[in-house]
Design a protein around this ligand. Structure first.
Ligand code: ZN
Length: 94
């Protein structure tokens, strides 16, 4: 059975404020209340899923699609453009 993490919608109590985990079946309905104080809570995605989606969001393909300019550090204070419409070089020392 997977372990799900929950966090209270509001401040919560000692038990739920930092989030709590519930071992439940995939078919079980999500826990709606903190078992200690009864505060409304919601399921949060695991840190693994959050990290993965952030990486996807910052992928070169996605940046280009949203019109960002991407630079790669090319030395002390120098940045070379790898993507986008900005200036080809940035020199932070000048
Ligand atoms: Zn609580």
């Amino acid at each position: 059975m997977p372990l799900y993490e929950y966090k209270p919608d509001a401040k919560g109590c000692k038990y739920c404020a930092e989030g709590f985990e519930v071992l439940q079946s995939v078919n079980d309905p999500p826990v709606a209340k903190c078992p200690e104080c009864g505060a409304a809570c919601h399921r949060v995605f695991s840190s693994f899923a959050a990290i993965k989606s952030t990486r996807d969001m910052l992928s070169t393909k996605n940046l280009a699609r949203h019109g960002f300019t991407q630079y790669k550090k090319a030395g002390d204070g120098h940045y070379e453009k790898t993507l986008g419409d900005g200036p080809d070089l940035i020199n932070r020392n000048s």
